[in-house]
Design a protein around this ligand. Structure first.
Ligand SMILES: [Zn+2]
Length: 74
């Protein structure tokens, strides 16, 4: 299943209704949706964003306005 990138772009944080950042893996596949304000990362499972606070991963120490940084292909 491939994820609908337009759908991701429409998603907002279920807590603060703020915009979400798409975190990607080495293959540029979306893996999580990060809310910088709440420092929560919502998982994407089988291409389906799981927008549940109970499922979100806390990102302690995350930059309040982060640029998602993942290891490059080098
Ligand atoms: Zn939020």
């Amino acid at each position: 299943m491939t994820i609908d990138h337009r759908l991701i772009g429409m998603l907002v944080c279920p807590l603060c209704k703020g915009p979400l950042l798409v975190l990607r893996d080495d293959n540029a596949r979306p893996t999580e949706l990060l809310c910088p304000a709440d420092r929560l990362a919502f998982p994407i499972r089988d291409g389906i964003p799981v927008m549940l606070e109970s499922e979100a991963r806390a990102c302690e120490g995350a930059d309040p306005a982060p640029a998602p940084v993942f290891p490059g292909p080098t």
